[in-house]
Design a protein around this ligand. Structure first.
Ligand code: GLA
Length: 637
């Protein structure tokens, strides 16, 4: 695994670039990402390119022995471009323009902006495609960041109408699929269709789902245009895009299919603070991050990268210290930057790059740590980077071993649950993460895969929830010889977001032997007892051709088992998940670990990594000494 950093030569005097480059190499870095926000410096005036500074920056980095990851600058169109095409900005759900003055001020559907992107990427690629320092391209930056996937602009509305016509063929077919007879929502033509916002009360869920599918397709096609240009100019140079944490606004499996390396931006402390984690977890893991946040995304994005090309992935931005964008921004526990680095290596990353080289003393991110402070003195993370670099040199390349467990992740499932939660505490990402965590707590290595992945190599398969079940998926599960767990609401919707004929779980009915007659959601604080777990948040009343495997204290069916397939008819709390993992592993003959709180293990083909995310020293069997807080242990397999 290579180490790198995110660098902004345009932010600093040229006369410090060479010293920066020398210090990067001395720290053990070999890659430098630049350029993703540099459009106004590359093209300060329309049609007038100023390549000199970028030429010299790349030469400076190259002369120091560094390779460059060069970003296309389309996440920050310059002011003159926005002034030329004011309608290129996205329109938010309230009909307001997302204006200039920060970043991501564009609409994915604006054809004029797409043409400008093709132009700037073409000239950038032409200039640097053959540069010996070029290691990889990065398209744009964090598609959708700042809630920018959905736009309700005229351009988006027009493109959506075309998308609907292509999907349905006739307006009658669309009306039928959407159930538009309801509330007189029928259209006479595709031209009558608008985006599903600004309606009096909630819009048709199918209208929303199709708008999300459309918006996701727009991101994928926007990216594909850049990929085509870059491949044409530099056929052998890999292309990445840097995804984000806990972000489901577009289908990353779709975008991942068009790039070579799926990278993501890892800010474990920021994500712990910003997402659903309990106060206790936010306290216990304040300076470490939840033990599964980074690993979850490592496994998720490895699964978004083309398997036939080696499932290449990496961390493009690793938090090196306090960030600036969370509600609270603590400093990592000493040792965590090195631990996070080695965790990425243990999951098969080909690079970990730190955000950023030097903290900026100006603008929006002046309070965001870097590897250097604004005065160029080394920040706390620098020593940890050197320590991690030394370990990486010592252990050599790490290759992923076959994971025993697969967890099926669906972006469409996230949209369906988000559009129709039916209970405000039924959250897709949380359910998936809890299922993932239940596997990791017992020491299982996990691949997170899309619903169309080949599942035959796994010893156990977990589907946390899959409301819309793709054609062939039920048959694929039926053909497996390993235990399968299907979570609640799986099979509960047709492809057009309707209740299946014959009720849920739709085309999973034969496989599971159950029919869902009624569902209910339980308010926070309601907990209905069972033996060793509790039913909270969600319950389904099920009829089955066989007795439930697991019932609650009132003898109501909770889990149904049929021929190796379990259907969980409730929101599974951690105790129930633990019980199900135990049973599935036993049936699969997979060995489980009993790990103390905060401890995780991960195996490569040659090593076993042990990580201590807890704030305490932890004694472990077979270890000569307790594992200190925020530290790791490596042993050859
Ligand atoms: C994201 C962006 C970066 C920067 C960091 C700050 O990952 O890609 O440009 O804003 O967040 O943490």
């Amino acid at each position: 695994m290579k180490l790198g950093c995110c660098y902004y030569p345009e932010h600093w005097p040229e006369d410090i670039w060479a010293e920066d480059a020398r210090r990067m190499r001395a720290m053990g870095l070999s890659l430098v990402r630049i350029g993703e926000f540099a459009w106004s410096r590359i093209e300060p005036e329309p049609g007038h390119y100023d390549w000199g500074w970028l030429d010299r920056a790349i030469e400076t980095l190259h002369a120091a022995g560094l390779k460059v990851i060069l970003g296309t600058p389309t996440a920050t169109p310059p002011k003159w471009l926005v002034d030329r095409m004011p309608d290129m900005v996205a329109i938010d759900e309230q009909g307001r323009p997302r204006g200039f003055g920060s970043r991501r001020h564009y609409c994915f559907s604006h054809e004029g902006y797409r043409a400008e992107c093709r132009r700037i990427v073409t000239v950038l690629a032409a200039r640097y495609a053959k540069h010996p320092a070029l290691h990889m391209w990065q398209t744009d930056n964090e598609y959708g960041c700042h809630d920018t996937v959905l736009s309700f602009s005229h351009a988006a509305a027009a493109a959506f109408r075309g998308w609907c016509a292509a999907r349905y063929g006739t307006i009658a077919a669309l009306n039928a699929a959407w159930g538009n007879v309801f509330w007189s929502m029928e259209y006479r033509s595709f031209a009558e269709i608008d985006p599903p916002h600004l309606t009096v009360t909630e819009a048709n869920p199918t209208h929303w789902l199709d708008y999300r599918r459309f918006a996701s397709d727009q991101v994928a096609s926007f990216n594909r245009e850049q990929v085509a240009i870059l491949r044409e100019a530099a056929p052998g140079t890999p292309i990445t895009h840097n995804f984000m944490g806990f972000f489901t606004e577009f289908d990353h499996h779709d975008v991942g299919r068009d790039i070579d390396v799926a990278t993501w931006d890892s800010y474990p402390l920021g994500f712990l603070e910003q997402f659903w984690f309990s106060q206790a977890e936010k306290r216990d893991y304040l300076r470490q991050g939840h033990p599964d946040i980074a690993a979850f995304h490592h496994d998720l994005y490895r699964g978004c990268s083309p398997k036939e090309a080696g499932s290449r992935w990496g961390v493009m931005e690793q938090q090196p210290g306090p960030v600036n964008w969370a509600r609270f921004n603590p400093a990592p526990l000493p040792g965590m930057v090195a631990l996070w680095t080695l965790e990425a290596c243990a999951h098969g990353a080909e690079l970990t790059s730190y955000f950023r080289w030097r903290q900026a003393p100006f603008a929006q991110e002046q309070m965001h740590a870097g590897l250097l402070r604004p005065d160029s003195t080394e920040a706390e993370a620098a020593d940890e980077v050197r320590a991690a670099a030394a370990v990486l040199d010592a252990i050599g390349p790490q290759a992923c071993a076959q994971a025993p467990a697969a967890l099926v992740f669906s972006y469409e499932a996230a949209w369906v649950i988000g559009i129709q939660p039916q209970g405000q505490s039924f959250r897709y990402l949380e359910l998936v993460f809890e299922a993932y965590s239940a596997l990791r707590i017992r020491g299982l290595d996990v691949d997170i895969v899309s619903p169309d992945a080949d599942l035959s190599a796994y010893r156990m398969v977990v589907v946390p929830t899959l409301p819309i079940v793709p054609d062939g998926f039920a048959e694929k599960l039926a053909a497996l010889s390993c235990p399968v767990l299907l979570g609640p609401r799986s099979g509960s919707k047709t492809d057009s977001f309707c209740i299946p004929d014959g009720l849920a779980p739709g085309n999973l009915r034969d496989l599971t032997g159950v029919t869902v007659n009624r569902v209910e959601s339980l308010r926070d604080g309601v907990s209905e007892p069972a033996d060793g777990f509790a039913v909270t948040r969600w319950r389904e009343d099920v009829v089955a051709d066989h007795a439930p495997e697991i019932t609650d204290a009132a003898a109501r069916g909770v889990v149904y088992y049929k021929d190796g397939v379990r259907y969980c008819a409730v929101w599974p709390d951690r105790d129930l998940l633990a019980l199900l993992v135990e049973r599935m592993a036993h049936e699969a003959g997979v060995e489980l670990c009993d790990l103390p709180a905060g401890i995780r293990v991960r195996r490569t083909q040659t090593h076993v990594f042990t990580f201590n995310y807890s704030g305490q020293s932890v004694s472990l069997p077979g270890f000569d000494a307790p594992l200190p807080p925020a530290s790791w242990h490596l042993a050859p397999l």
